[in-house]
Ligand binder design. Structure first.
Ligand SMILES: [Zn+2]
Length: 680
């Protein structure tokens, strides 16, 4: 669907560091970069990126691959879409050949909505600078709020004309379809951007007419939705000052943060993120030099939003208005941040100030000084606040203790938790032991629930893996057949392990000399690892059974045929996504995996040159052993099948002879490997 030359161009351009940095905060260590894995929940950075090899690999969950694999996995895109994503990111023009109708449709919807949003954004920007109304109302509003040109440009602010049909008509005239302009629900998700509202009688009008426009960007800078603020002149009789795009396939309020695209580099740099409530809070703080700031779009904070921040930092400071009545409700959301393992601080602004006004009325150095002096640890902040509320009321105080206990129990770091117990006990004037006891009880309850959840998750994963490992040719399993299936799966795992090990010898040591054969009157024959293994497979008539391994072996053989030594990148940058992700697991972790492999057999030998022949032979023999076992099982099945039909004596005898050959072979192999086989 994309021609090979373009695919190669995309692979060449897609620098892994650029690709991953859009989603993960990375820190340099030696030649590689490390960060917290986006694919499994962790607090230590097990996720590594190697710019030299152009690959990523997680030492925790063992996911790995090249840029294409990363985008497929992270954005949950099929191979083709991942290529398109990268082509777009690295400005490579894609000449497309045909797509299937379903692909076309799925792709079209999301893409069309993004394109339309981009079109709308540019239209709103032009309104503000090129129309009289836009300059007199929209631009004036931002100027009066103190926003400069740079801020307006950075956040791509705009204005929607008060003519209620202006945008819709312009969009339709420009060739955009009504179905993407309006928002329609299919019961589960909404499709269409909702920039236009359609009444039941068919009348259509602009959702945002007469509002200043705040485009909401995705983490990668695409416009996924809009916020529109009605202007002061019209606020009379209007209940809702702000209006947002409706939920859609591309915009989910609870999964996005306003300003994340503009803030992410600064969040990484400062290893900290400020969380505020509104659009203008973000703009004012950014303008006064604090660029690592995002807003929760006016919704209560969600787990998804916290995880979005966690991709870039573990430190959050939440800013509250001094007179915010909703502060108690907001406090509850923070336990969630603690439970995600993030460090939370709170900054309470002076009475009557919000982040917007405060940032506007103070210089950036004043702002920084204020933050430095007033940022308070969240748990202590909450304790003091609630303590003030409770006064001397014993019932309220008991409630308070429970509330604080919940927050402390959410902290996963043991030492940090103990320090909080000490400090809070002092603040609340209760025995430290009492608070500690209550916290531990609460933790046990949490831990139990978490354990249960984790167990369910593991069970689900196991089942999924099992399903994936069933080859498509297998019939649905009856209960009696189940054990056979599991045994087969285990056998396949061992085969996969051994085929991988052989590939590692080929790729790592292929050109090393294993031994020499001296013949009279002939030149000495040199046998390399490569030649030896390939020959052994050939004379035993064995083809690799595992898909990815077989493909890798084919690549290896075709390169070796041209007398070239295959390099790791031949596999890790392979255009077959299954092969590349498999190859990364195999090659990056080669020493680690190798050690595990040998440990299992209590025969770990450091891979030194001298032992090479011995090690290759052991692996080869183990492999032949597994293959022979599979063969014996197959023959057993064939015989069982033949026995259910009449007049098969001859065929059965034939199979029995074959079985005898394999049984003798496997006993011999077993002997050499120290495996005792039952003898008849
Ligand atoms: Zn991981």
């Amino acid at each position: 669907m994309i021609d090979d030359a373009t695919v190669s161009k995309i692979f060449d351009a897609a620098n892994i560091l650029d690709v991953v940095s859009d989603f993960v905060a990375l820190k340099k260590r030696g030649n590689n970069y490390f960060g917290c894995c986006p694919f499994h929940n962790e607090k230590t950075g097990s996720f590594s990126v190697s710019p030299a090899k152009n690959i990523y690999y997680c030492f925790g969950c063992h996911k790995g691959g090249n840029s294409v694999n990363f985008i497929m996995e992270h954005e949950n895109l099929p191979y083709y879409e991942a290529l398109k994503y990268l082509a777009n990111k690295f400005h490579i023009e894609v000449t497309e050949t045909e797509r299937t109708p379903e692909e076309q449709e799925r792709h079209d919807d999301r893409e069309s909505m993004m394109v339309l949003n981009e079109f709308a954004k540019n239209y709103f920007i032009r309104n503000m600078t090129e129309t009289e109304e836009g300059r007199a109302i929209g631009y004036k509003y931002f100027k009066e709020r103190g926003f400069n040109e740079e801020t307006i440009k950075t956040y791509e602010l705009g204005y929607s004309l008060s003519d209620r049909k202006a945008f819709t008509e312009f969009a339709l005239k420009s060739g955009y379809q009504l179905k993407y302009l309006i928002s329609t629900s299919n019961g589960q998700t909404n499709s269409g951007t909702g920039l236009t509202i359609k009444h039941d009688d068919g009348y259509t009008f602009d959702r945002f007419s007469g509002r200043v426009m705040f485009p909401i960007h995705s983490i990668t800078g695409k416009v996924i939705g809009f916020g529109g603020r009605v202007l002061d002149a019209r606020t009379k009789g209007v209940n809702v000052k702000y209006m947002n795009s409706p939920q859609s396939e591309i915009y989910d309020k609870s999964r996005s943060l306003y300003g994340i695209y503009q803030a992410k580099a600064s969040i990484v740099k400062n290893d900290k993120c400020f969380l505020v409530e509104g659009y203008t809070d973000v703009l004012s703080m950014h303008q006064s030099g604090i660029e690592n700031v995002v807003a929760s779009n006016g919704t209560a904070l969600t787990i998804e939003q916290i995880r979005l921040i966690k991709k870039f930092t573990n430190n959050i400071t939440v800013l509250y208005d001094g007179d915010d009545a909703g502060i108690h409700a907001a406090l509850r959301g923070i336990d969630m941040i603690l439970a995600e393992g993030l460090n939370v601080k709170v900054l309470l602004l002076p009475d009557g100030e919000d982040p917007d006004s405060f940032a506007r009325n103070h210089s950036s150095s004043e702002l920084e000084a204020f933050i430095g002096a007033n940022e308070t640890d969240f748990v202590l902040f909450k304790t003091r606040l609630l303590l003030g509320d409770a006064g001397n009321d014993p019932i309220k105080k008991a409630e308070l203790i429970n509330d604080i206990v919940a927050s402390i129990a959410a902290i996963s770091d043991d030492i940090k938790r103990l320090l909080y117990v000490k400090e809070c006990a002092k603040l609340m004037d209760i025995e430290e032991a009492v608070l500690k006891d209550a916290t531990e009880k609460k933790i046990n309850k949490i831990t139990y629930q978490q354990l249960e959840a984790a167990q369910k998750e593991r069970e689900r994963e196991r089942r999924q893996k099992e399903m994936a490992e069933q080859t498509p040719t297998q019939q649905p399993q009856t209960p009696e057949q189940r054990p056979i299936l599991n045994e087969e799966t285990a056998l396949n795992n061992r085969v996969c392990e051994l085929e991988s090990e052989l590939l590692k010898y080929l790729i790592q040591f292929g050109d090393k000399v294993l031994f020499e054969v001296k013949k009279e009157n002939e030149p000495t024959e040199i046998v390399t690892v490569s030649r030896y293994i390939l020959n052994e497979l050939k004379i035993n008539n064995i083809a690799f059974k595992i898909d990815a391994c077989r493909k890798m072996l084919d690549i290896y053989i075709s390169t070796a045929e041209h007398n070239a030594t295959p390099d790791d990148s031949l596999f890790t940058q392979c255009h077959d996504a299954d092969v590349s992700s498999f190859a990364v697991k195999l090659l990056v972790a080669k020493n680690e995996v190798s050690k595990e492999f040998w440990d299992k057999r209590n025969r770990y030998v450091p891979p030194e040159q001298g032992h090479l022949k011995e090690m290759v032979d052991i692996t080869l023999n183990h492999y032949k052993f597994e293959i022979a076992q599979q063969e014996i099982k197959n023959i057993g099945k064939i015989i069982a099948q033949l026995q259910t039909e009449p007049d098969n004596d001859e065929k059965i005898a034939e199979q029995l002879t074959k079985l005898g050959v394999f049984q003798r072979y496997i006993i011999k192999l077993g002997d050499s490997l120290g495996i005792v086989m039952p003898r008849k």
